[in-house]
Design a protein around this ligand. Structure first.
Ligand code: F6P
Length: 334
Protein backbone atom coordinates (compact mmCIF):
# COMPACT_ATOMS: atom_id res chain seq x y z
CA UNK A 1 0.00 0.00 0.00
CA UNK A 2 1.47 3.35 -1.05
CA UNK A 3 2.14 5.79 1.73
CA UNK A 4 0.00 8.98 1.89
CA UNK A 5 2.39 11.85 1.10
CA UNK A 6 0.34 14.82 0.08
CA UNK A 7 -3.25 15.86 0.86
CA UNK A 8 -5.48 18.88 0.32
CA UNK A 9 -8.03 20.61 2.52
CA UNK A 10 -10.75 23.10 1.69
CA UNK A 11 -13.72 24.79 3.39
CA UNK A 12 -16.96 25.21 1.42
CA UNK A 13 -20.42 26.70 1.93
CA UNK A 14 -21.35 29.23 4.61
CA UNK A 15 -18.50 29.74 7.06
CA UNK A 16 -18.82 29.02 10.78
CA UNK A 17 -16.72 29.30 13.93
CA UNK A 18 -14.39 26.31 14.33
CA UNK A 19 -13.21 25.99 10.71
CA UNK A 20 -9.75 27.31 11.51
CA UNK A 21 -9.48 24.90 14.45
CA UNK A 22 -10.28 22.00 12.10
CA UNK A 23 -7.72 23.11 9.49
CA UNK A 24 -5.08 23.53 12.20
CA UNK A 25 -5.80 20.01 13.51
CA UNK A 26 -5.48 18.48 10.04
CA UNK A 27 -2.22 20.31 9.33
CA UNK A 28 -0.73 19.46 12.71
CA UNK A 29 -1.66 15.77 12.61
CA UNK A 30 -0.55 15.47 8.97
CA UNK A 31 2.78 17.14 9.83
CA UNK A 32 3.32 14.55 12.57
CA UNK A 33 2.91 11.86 9.88
CA UNK A 34 5.26 13.68 7.43
CA UNK A 35 2.38 14.50 5.09
CA UNK A 36 2.37 17.72 3.06
CA UNK A 37 -0.92 19.71 3.13
CA UNK A 38 -2.22 22.07 0.44
CA UNK A 39 -4.99 24.47 1.45
CA UNK A 40 -7.40 25.42 -1.34
CA UNK A 41 -8.92 28.90 -1.31
CA UNK A 42 -12.68 29.54 -1.43
CA UNK A 43 -13.97 25.97 -1.33
CA UNK A 44 -14.46 23.99 -4.55
CA UNK A 45 -13.54 27.16 -6.49
CA UNK A 46 -9.93 26.82 -5.35
CA UNK A 47 -9.76 23.15 -6.35
CA UNK A 48 -11.25 23.93 -9.77
CA UNK A 49 -8.89 26.87 -10.35
CA UNK A 50 -5.84 25.34 -8.67
CA UNK A 51 -5.76 28.24 -6.23
CA UNK A 52 -3.91 26.94 -3.18
CA UNK A 53 -1.08 27.46 -0.71
CA UNK A 54 1.11 25.02 1.18
CA UNK A 55 0.04 24.86 4.80
CA UNK A 56 2.90 24.41 7.20
CA UNK A 57 2.91 24.85 10.96
CA UNK A 58 3.74 28.56 10.75
CA UNK A 59 0.69 29.24 8.54
CA UNK A 60 -1.74 27.68 11.01
CA UNK A 61 -0.09 29.06 14.11
CA UNK A 62 -2.43 31.29 16.14
CA UNK A 63 -5.61 30.51 14.18
CA UNK A 64 -7.33 28.28 16.78
CA UNK A 65 -9.50 31.01 18.36
CA UNK A 66 -10.22 32.86 15.11
CA UNK A 67 -13.70 32.72 13.57
CA UNK A 68 -14.38 32.24 9.86
CA UNK A 69 -11.90 30.34 7.71
CA UNK A 70 -8.55 31.77 6.73
CA UNK A 71 -8.75 29.74 3.50
CA UNK A 72 -11.95 31.55 2.54
CA UNK A 73 -15.17 29.86 1.50
CA UNK A 74 -17.71 29.98 -1.33
CA UNK A 75 -20.87 28.24 -2.39
CA UNK A 76 -19.31 27.13 -5.72
CA UNK A 77 -20.84 23.71 -6.31
CA UNK A 78 -19.48 21.30 -8.94
CA UNK A 79 -22.71 19.27 -8.84
CA UNK A 80 -24.22 19.08 -12.26
CA UNK A 81 -21.22 20.73 -13.93
CA UNK A 82 -19.31 18.00 -15.77
CA UNK A 83 -16.48 20.39 -16.68
CA UNK A 84 -15.86 21.36 -13.06
CA UNK A 85 -15.97 17.73 -11.89
CA UNK A 86 -13.35 16.67 -14.41
CA UNK A 87 -11.25 19.73 -13.57
CA UNK A 88 -11.26 18.72 -9.90
CA UNK A 89 -10.17 15.21 -10.85
CA UNK A 90 -7.49 16.48 -13.21
CA UNK A 91 -6.11 19.02 -10.72
CA UNK A 92 -5.96 16.47 -7.90
CA UNK A 93 -3.97 14.18 -10.19
CA UNK A 94 -1.67 16.99 -11.42
CA UNK A 95 -0.96 18.10 -7.85
CA UNK A 96 -0.38 14.45 -6.88
CA UNK A 97 -2.90 14.62 -4.06
CA UNK A 98 -3.44 11.32 -2.30
CA UNK A 99 -6.62 12.66 -0.70
CA UNK A 100 -8.74 15.77 -0.20
CA UNK A 101 -10.43 16.65 3.08
CA UNK A 102 -13.62 18.58 2.43
CA UNK A 103 -15.10 20.64 5.23
CA UNK A 104 -18.68 21.59 4.49
CA UNK A 105 -22.39 21.54 5.12
CA UNK A 106 -25.19 19.92 3.17
CA UNK A 107 -24.47 21.48 -0.27
CA UNK A 108 -20.70 20.97 -0.19
CA UNK A 109 -20.97 17.41 1.10
CA UNK A 110 -23.56 16.42 -1.50
CA UNK A 111 -21.02 17.34 -4.18
CA UNK A 112 -18.34 15.46 -2.22
CA UNK A 113 -20.47 12.34 -2.19
CA UNK A 114 -21.16 12.57 -5.95
CA UNK A 115 -17.47 13.09 -6.75
CA UNK A 116 -16.55 10.14 -4.57
CA UNK A 117 -19.22 7.90 -6.11
CA UNK A 118 -18.93 8.90 -9.76
CA UNK A 119 -15.31 10.01 -10.16
CA UNK A 120 -13.90 7.68 -7.48
CA UNK A 121 -11.97 10.55 -5.91
CA UNK A 122 -10.22 9.95 -2.55
CA UNK A 123 -12.36 12.25 -0.40
CA UNK A 124 -13.01 12.48 3.34
CA UNK A 125 -15.53 14.90 4.83
CA UNK A 126 -15.72 17.02 7.98
CA UNK A 127 -19.22 18.30 8.83
CA UNK A 128 -19.70 21.94 9.80
CA UNK A 129 -22.66 24.30 9.95
CA UNK A 130 -24.25 26.55 12.52
CA UNK A 131 -27.61 25.03 11.47
CA UNK A 132 -26.80 21.54 12.88
CA UNK A 133 -28.96 20.06 10.13
CA UNK A 134 -26.59 17.35 8.83
CA UNK A 135 -27.60 13.72 9.15
CA UNK A 136 -25.09 11.17 10.43
CA UNK A 137 -23.66 13.29 13.25
CA UNK A 138 -25.21 14.31 16.55
CA UNK A 139 -23.68 17.75 16.19
CA UNK A 140 -21.73 19.92 13.77
CA UNK A 141 -19.23 22.50 14.96
CA UNK A 142 -20.38 26.09 14.68
CA UNK A 143 -23.75 25.23 16.20
CA UNK A 144 -22.68 25.60 19.84
CA UNK A 145 -21.21 29.04 19.12
CA UNK A 146 -24.34 30.19 17.25
CA UNK A 147 -26.54 29.01 20.14
CA UNK A 148 -24.37 30.80 22.66
CA UNK A 149 -24.49 34.08 20.67
CA UNK A 150 -28.28 33.80 20.22
CA UNK A 151 -28.74 33.02 23.93
CA UNK A 152 -26.72 36.06 24.94
CA UNK A 153 -28.82 38.19 22.59
CA UNK A 154 -32.05 36.84 24.13
CA UNK A 155 -30.74 37.59 27.63
CA UNK A 156 -29.97 41.16 26.61
CA UNK A 157 -33.32 41.63 24.90
CA UNK A 158 -35.07 40.27 28.01
CA UNK A 159 -34.05 43.24 30.14
CA UNK A 160 -35.17 45.88 27.67
CA UNK A 161 -38.40 43.93 26.99
CA UNK A 162 -39.16 44.11 30.70
CA UNK A 163 -38.36 47.81 31.00
CA UNK A 164 -40.65 48.76 28.12
CA UNK A 165 -43.36 46.13 28.56
CA UNK A 166 -42.99 44.94 24.99
CA UNK A 167 -43.28 41.78 22.96
CA UNK A 168 -39.81 41.17 21.57
CA UNK A 169 -39.40 38.89 18.56
CA UNK A 170 -35.91 37.54 17.86
CA UNK A 171 -35.25 35.91 14.51
CA UNK A 172 -32.41 33.39 14.44
CA UNK A 173 -30.80 31.47 11.56
CA UNK A 174 -31.12 27.76 10.87
CA UNK A 175 -32.30 27.69 7.26
CA UNK A 176 -34.97 24.94 7.09
CA UNK A 177 -34.59 23.59 10.61
CA UNK A 178 -35.27 24.90 14.10
CA UNK A 179 -32.20 23.68 15.99
CA UNK A 180 -30.76 27.10 16.85
CA UNK A 181 -34.20 28.50 17.74
CA UNK A 182 -35.07 25.58 20.02
CA UNK A 183 -31.71 25.43 21.81
CA UNK A 184 -31.36 29.21 22.25
CA UNK A 185 -35.06 29.48 23.09
CA UNK A 186 -34.75 26.96 25.92
CA UNK A 187 -31.49 28.47 27.16
CA UNK A 188 -32.85 32.02 26.99
CA UNK A 189 -36.26 31.21 28.52
CA UNK A 190 -38.36 32.06 25.45
CA UNK A 191 -42.11 32.41 25.98
CA UNK A 192 -42.77 31.06 22.51
CA UNK A 193 -40.63 29.44 19.80
CA UNK A 194 -41.53 29.09 16.14
CA UNK A 195 -39.69 26.50 14.04
CA UNK A 196 -40.13 25.10 10.51
CA UNK A 197 -40.85 21.59 11.81
CA UNK A 198 -43.99 22.63 13.73
CA UNK A 199 -46.94 24.45 12.22
CA UNK A 200 -48.34 27.14 14.49
CA UNK A 201 -51.22 29.52 13.93
CA UNK A 202 -51.27 33.20 14.75
CA UNK A 203 -54.34 32.51 16.89
CA UNK A 204 -52.33 30.14 19.16
CA UNK A 205 -49.58 32.72 19.65
CA UNK A 206 -52.02 35.54 20.39
CA UNK A 207 -53.91 33.38 22.91
CA UNK A 208 -50.69 32.44 24.73
CA UNK A 209 -49.59 36.07 24.89
CA UNK A 210 -52.93 37.17 26.29
CA UNK A 211 -52.86 34.36 28.89
CA UNK A 212 -49.40 35.51 29.92
CA UNK A 213 -50.55 39.08 30.33
CA UNK A 214 -53.53 37.91 32.39
CA UNK A 215 -51.04 36.22 34.75
CA UNK A 216 -49.50 39.63 35.29
CA UNK A 217 -46.57 39.36 32.85
CA UNK A 218 -46.11 42.59 30.96
CA UNK A 219 -43.54 41.48 28.38
CA UNK A 220 -42.85 38.45 26.20
CA UNK A 221 -39.96 36.93 24.27
CA UNK A 222 -40.67 35.08 21.03
CA UNK A 223 -37.87 33.27 19.20
CA UNK A 224 -38.48 32.65 15.51
CA UNK A 225 -36.39 30.39 13.29
CA UNK A 226 -35.84 32.07 9.92
CA UNK A 227 -37.61 29.21 8.13
CA UNK A 228 -40.53 29.08 10.60
CA UNK A 229 -43.94 27.97 9.58
CA UNK A 230 -46.70 30.35 10.59
CA UNK A 231 -50.21 29.54 9.43
CA UNK A 232 -48.55 27.72 6.54
CA UNK A 233 -46.82 30.94 5.45
CA UNK A 234 -43.16 30.31 4.83
CA UNK A 235 -40.26 32.73 4.40
CA UNK A 236 -40.21 34.45 1.07
CA UNK A 237 -43.97 34.54 0.53
CA UNK A 238 -44.45 37.53 2.82
CA UNK A 239 -40.89 38.85 2.98
CA UNK A 240 -39.64 38.48 6.54
CA UNK A 241 -42.04 36.25 8.44
CA UNK A 242 -40.82 37.89 11.65
CA UNK A 243 -41.90 41.38 10.63
CA UNK A 244 -45.21 40.02 9.39
CA UNK A 245 -45.73 38.30 12.74
CA UNK A 246 -44.87 41.48 14.68
CA UNK A 247 -47.44 43.52 12.76
CA UNK A 248 -50.13 40.90 13.34
CA UNK A 249 -49.37 40.55 17.08
CA UNK A 250 -49.50 44.31 17.60
CA UNK A 251 -52.79 44.51 15.72
CA UNK A 252 -54.43 41.55 17.51
CA UNK A 253 -53.21 42.27 21.06
CA UNK A 254 -52.42 45.96 21.19
CA UNK A 255 -49.05 45.10 22.83
CA UNK A 256 -46.13 47.11 21.53
CA UNK A 257 -43.87 44.76 19.56
CA UNK A 258 -40.29 44.99 18.30
CA UNK A 259 -38.19 42.77 16.02
CA UNK A 260 -34.49 41.86 16.17
CA UNK A 261 -33.02 39.86 13.31
CA UNK A 262 -29.73 38.42 14.57
CA UNK A 263 -28.40 37.45 11.13
CA UNK A 264 -24.72 36.83 10.49
CA UNK A 265 -23.62 37.86 13.97
CA UNK A 266 -24.48 34.22 14.80
CA UNK A 267 -21.88 32.99 12.33
CA UNK A 268 -19.03 35.35 13.12
CA UNK A 269 -16.35 35.61 15.75
CA UNK A 270 -14.50 33.30 18.03
CA UNK A 271 -15.71 29.69 18.51
CA UNK A 272 -16.79 28.41 21.93
CA UNK A 273 -14.45 25.92 23.65
CA UNK A 274 -16.91 23.14 22.72
CA UNK A 275 -16.69 23.99 19.01
CA UNK A 276 -12.88 24.35 19.16
CA UNK A 277 -12.61 20.89 20.71
CA UNK A 278 -15.13 19.26 18.36
CA UNK A 279 -13.46 20.79 15.29
CA UNK A 280 -10.04 19.67 16.55
CA UNK A 281 -11.26 16.11 17.18
CA UNK A 282 -12.91 16.04 13.72
CA UNK A 283 -9.72 17.31 12.04
CA UNK A 284 -7.53 14.71 13.70
CA UNK A 285 -9.95 11.87 12.97
CA UNK A 286 -10.29 12.96 9.33
CA UNK A 287 -6.49 12.70 8.94
CA UNK A 288 -6.63 9.22 10.46
CA UNK A 289 -9.29 8.21 7.94
CA UNK A 290 -7.05 9.48 5.14
CA UNK A 291 -4.10 7.52 6.53
CA UNK A 292 -6.26 4.39 6.55
CA UNK A 293 -7.51 5.26 3.01
CA UNK A 294 -11.07 5.14 4.28
CA UNK A 295 -12.53 7.38 1.59
CA UNK A 296 -16.16 8.35 1.08
CA UNK A 297 -16.51 8.72 4.85
CA UNK A 298 -17.52 11.64 7.04
CA UNK A 299 -16.28 12.11 10.58
CA UNK A 300 -19.13 12.38 13.07
CA UNK A 301 -20.01 12.81 16.72
CA UNK A 302 -22.04 9.96 18.18
CA UNK A 303 -22.75 10.60 21.83
CA UNK A 304 -19.32 11.60 23.10
CA UNK A 305 -17.37 9.52 20.56
CA UNK A 306 -15.85 10.56 17.26
CA UNK A 307 -16.67 7.96 14.63
CA UNK A 308 -17.00 7.85 10.85
CA UNK A 309 -20.10 7.27 8.74
CA UNK A 310 -20.47 6.71 4.99
CA UNK A 311 -21.06 10.07 3.29
CA UNK A 312 -24.20 8.59 1.80
CA UNK A 313 -25.81 8.62 5.27
CA UNK A 314 -25.12 12.30 5.74
CA UNK A 315 -26.38 13.80 2.51
CA UNK A 316 -29.69 14.10 0.74
CA UNK A 317 -31.86 14.43 3.82
CA UNK A 318 -31.93 17.17 6.45
CA UNK A 319 -31.66 16.36 10.14
CA UNK A 320 -34.81 17.94 11.51
CA UNK A 321 -34.96 19.45 14.99
CA UNK A 322 -35.59 16.93 17.77
CA UNK A 323 -39.27 17.31 18.62
CA UNK A 324 -38.76 15.87 22.12
CA UNK A 325 -36.60 18.88 22.79
CA UNK A 326 -39.24 21.19 21.34
CA UNK A 327 -41.75 19.59 23.73
CA UNK A 328 -39.49 20.54 26.62
CA UNK A 329 -39.45 24.12 25.32
CA UNK A 330 -43.26 24.07 25.08
CA UNK A 331 -43.57 23.53 28.83
CA UNK A 332 -42.56 27.18 29.21
CA UNK A 333 -44.73 28.70 26.46
CA UNK A 334 -47.17 31.39 27.56
O1 F6P B 1 -26.22 27.55 6.49
C1 F6P B 1 -25.77 28.57 7.31
C2 F6P B 1 -26.59 29.81 7.12
O2 F6P B 1 -26.08 30.82 7.97
C3 F6P B 1 -28.09 29.64 7.33
O3 F6P B 1 -28.45 29.62 8.69
C4 F6P B 1 -28.63 30.82 6.57
O4 F6P B 1 -29.93 30.58 6.13
C5 F6P B 1 -27.67 30.95 5.42
O5 F6P B 1 -26.49 30.27 5.79
C6 F6P B 1 -27.34 32.37 5.03
O6 F6P B 1 -26.56 32.32 3.89
P1 F6P B 1 -25.73 33.54 3.32
O7 F6P B 1 -24.58 33.80 4.25
O8 F6P B 1 -25.29 33.08 1.99
O9 F6P B 1 -26.67 34.71 3.30
Amino acid sequence: MNRIKKIGIMTGGGDCPGLNAAIRAVVRSAYNQHIEVLGFRFGWKGVIEKDYETLDLSVVSGILPRGGTFLGSSRTNPLGNKKWSSQIKENMAKLELDALIVTGGDGTLRATFELYEKEKLPLVAIPKTIDNDLMGTDQTFGFDTAVSIATEAIDRIHTTAESHQRVMIIEVMGRDTGWIATYAGIAGGADFILIPEVKITLKEIVEKLKERHKRGKTFSIIVVAEGANLDGIVKGEKGSITKFLAEKIEKETGYETRVTILGHVQRGGTPTPFDRILATRFGIYATQLVLGKKFGQMVALHGTDIVSVPLKEAVGKLKKCDLNLYDIAKTFFG
